[in-house]
Ligand binder design. Structure first.
Ligand code: CA
Length: 678
């Protein structure tokens, strides 16, 4: 989720819908007064069991719902996921601690269900409840599913690909539809989970696409934009497919239906999601889910609010839903049942679907304690599960910042990494100023922000923190706490930013800047992160907030793989270089402080540093990395040594492109250099 774009959305909403928004607020406030207990929402009892939702067996189905304010709860079974009359209606029984229970005998597999909560004078709408794990079309009703039957063949042998250290990770951020939907993707299951399981797919030019392409590129983790069930796409009308990123959660523990080949049968999306995970694992790729627990797509009619009104949300001093997400509400992770829900949900995806990590949208809304508990619980399942998030919000929150998982509090997070907007904007320019340049496009004033990223946001004696664009101190404890990137789904792609900030420059020069920017990402300490498709020029035709734009803005254009073959090769070689050389991914802050030394720069536009490769366990004894972020070529003195050129003139060769004579090198415009001594 984006902060700037939401801001404009809010302005839009306020300017065009202010009267209806006010009415809504008045209505909500009136309702809140009657629905919130006198002693406050924190007075609700807490249910500690881990069996909320449906427990299925062939003999019976057991339904458990936490609904502390309910006077009565009705369970209904249906034959279909929408429409038709209930085939069974049952009053649930109160069991204390807010728990309601119902049992139905016999094998009810394939039927659908809802809960309906009565608060006495108020009857809430039917809902599958927050804990639902399978639904029919559009996530309206839960589905009774035998999960044992949802496993693809060989699922019991599915394994997470090996990962020795977090610092070995290279993230690739991907929207499931974008990868396959282009006419020349060669992928049959366009826009589907299964699209990411197809191998040997090619462009008309015979170049690999989809899964094979990702493998060829060499990244380690595929980070999927929301693939849990979200609200914005009508699953019953996929011919009129509306594109959406999916940051509008509906059922957190259910896969999105529009990505399945049959959104009506809840089992299909489960099996296809697992098939996708298995295919990625078999090809050596780990899978990260983008999770959006910070808000729900609908507010009053979310499954949270239809079972425990207001409890799962923060409210402002006037009793309105507070809105740090910029999407109409924010959840309250500090409340025990919300905290429990979040943690159990991530554990569920890790265990049932073998997901390898989580990216938390607007993590700055969640409290630190919840994030640390979640990380600890997930690491009990597997210590290599990787957790990271956006260390910011999209609006103000009533929970004091000192308690929230924002970037400034990153040192208090344990096993949770955060994105470095310091580095992102340092390299390519401030995302909120579409024409602003960064260090890689000629703004030398951002040099310290780049150095901040090179050192993985850990404290380094040669970084002048007073001159860093945003953070005035090193916020990472260890390098794996920092995600370095120059672009993601939000805002402009790297290419569009280059075009915007370097108006009139030749494409050949923009390609040099592109390589320079990503060389910074992929040689820096910390965890590198790439937006899918950037490896052969990705453009959204200048759009920044493309969250519901047409495919033509969002899809990966496979024709570009041939057109920008040189760029793709460069990215691939850079990734291979990083994977081969541990000097670019040291494990500790201490090692970074000891082994990285910035050199005196002859020119403000040049950053150069050396790495003590031997000390970092690398096969190269010493390494030099130099960036020239200007259109002017320069001569630079380098330390004496027996250097071979690994990267220059916008090409990479791990075996070297000849010896360097003397202790001076010529730096070409917009260039990155890597030199090594064996
Ligand atoms: Ca959906």
């Amino acid at each position: 989720m984006k902060k700037n774009n939401l801001f404009f959305l809010i302005l839009f909403a306020l300017s065009f819908h202010s009267s209806s928004a006010q009415n809504d607020n008045v209505r909500m406030k009136k309702k809140a007064i009657t629905l919130i207990p006198v002693d406050g929402l924190d007075s609700y009892p807490v249910y500690k069991g881990n069996d909320l939702g449906l427990t299925y067996s062939k003999r019976k189905s057991v339904f458990k719902l936490w609904s502390p304010a309910a006077k009565e709860v009705t369970l209904r079974l249906y034959e279909k996921g929408e429409g038709g009359k209930a085939v069974l209606t049952k009053k649930m029984k109160p069991k204390g601690k807010g728990l309601w229970l119902a049992k139905t005998g016999g094998n009810k597999e394939g039927l659908f269900y809802t809960y309906q909560v009565s608060l006495g004078d108020t009857l809430l709408a039917e809902t599958p409840g927050p804990y639902v794990r399978a639904t029919g079309v559009n996530g309206l009703r839960g589905m009774i599913v035998d999960f044992a039957k949802t496993n693809p063949e060989g699922w019991q042998n599915d394994q997470r690909p090996p990962l020795a250290h977090f610092q070995d990770i290279i993230l690739y951020e991907l929207h499931l539809r974008d990868i396959s939907v282009h006419e020349n993707s060669g992928i049959k299951n366009k826009g589907k989970y299964l699209g990411l399981t197809e191998t040997s797919t090619k462009t008309p030019d015979g170049l690999s696409t989809g899964l094979d392409h990702i493998k060829e590129l060499g990244v380690t983790h595929v980070h999927l934009l929301p693939v849990f069930d979200f609200l914005s796409i009508d699953e019953s009308n996929l011919d009129q497919h509306k594109y959406n990123w999916g940051y509008d959660p509906q059922n957190y523990n259910v896969p999105e239906g529009s990505y399945s080949t049959d959104p009506y049968d809840g089992r299909v999306r489960i099996r296809e999601f697992k098939t996708m995970v298995k295919a990625l694992h078999e090809n050596g790729l780990r899978v990260i889910m983008d999770v959006v627990y910070n808000h729900t797509g609908s507010t009053e009619n979310s499954s949270f609010n239809l079972t425990a009104p207001y409890y799962y949300y923060r409210l402002d001093e006037n009793g309105f839903f507070s809105d740090a997400s910029g999407c109409g509400n924010e959840t309250a992770s500090e409340r025990p049942m919300m905290r429990k829900f979040m943690i159990e949900s991530m554990k569920y995806w890790a265990q049932e679907y073998h997901v390898d990590g989580f990216r938390l949208d607007l993590m700055g809304i969640h409290d630190i304690e919840t994030m640390n508990l979640a990380a600890a619980e997930l690491h009990k399942i597997d210590p290599t599960i990787f957790i990271y998030g956006e260390g910011w919000t999209a609006g103000t929150s009533p929970l004091p910042e000192i308690r929230r998982a924002v970037k400034a509090n990153a040192k208090k997070l344990k096993g949770v990494a955060v994105f470095s907007d310091d580095f992102r904007d340092g390299v390519k320019g401030n995302v909120f100023e579409p024409k602003a340049a960064g260090f890689a496009t000629g703004n030398y004033k951002l040099a310290e922000s780049v150095k901040f990223g090179i050192t993985g946001a850990v404290n380094h004696p040669q970084v002048d923190y007073a001159k860093v664009n945003y953070s005035k101190f090193a916020w990472a404890n260890e390098p794996a706490d920092c995600i370095n990137y120059v672009s993601c789904h939000d805002n402009h792609t790297l290419w569009d930013r280059l075009v915007n900030s370097r108006k009139g420059d030749q494409e050949a020069d923009l390609l040099k800047m592109d390589k320079l920017a990503q060389t910074m990402v992929l040689t820096s300490q910390g965890i590198p992160f790439l937006l899918a498709g950037e490896e052969f020029v990705r453009t959204k035709e200048g759009l920044d907030n493309s969250y519901q734009s047409a495919d033509r803005f969002n899809r990966i254009n496979w024709d570009n793989k041939k057109k920008y073959k040189d760029l793709f090769t460069y990215y691939k070689d850079l990734i291979a270089l990083r994977k081969k050389h541990p000097a670019f991914r040291m494990g500790t802050a201490e090692a970074i402080r000891k082994n990285i030394k910035f050199m005196d720069s002859p020119f403000d536009y040049i950053i150069g540093y050396s790495i003590d490769g031997a000390a970092a366990g690398d096969s190269w004894k010493r390494i030099l990395v130099i960036f020239n972020g200007s259109k002017i070529g320069k001569r630079m003195t380098i330390p004496d040594g027996n250097w071979k050129m690994i990267c220059n003139n916008y090409r990479i060769s791990e075996n070297g492109m000849g010896k360097v004579n003397g202790n001076k090198i010529n730096l070409l415009p917009w260039s990155a250099y890597i030199l090594a001594e064996e």
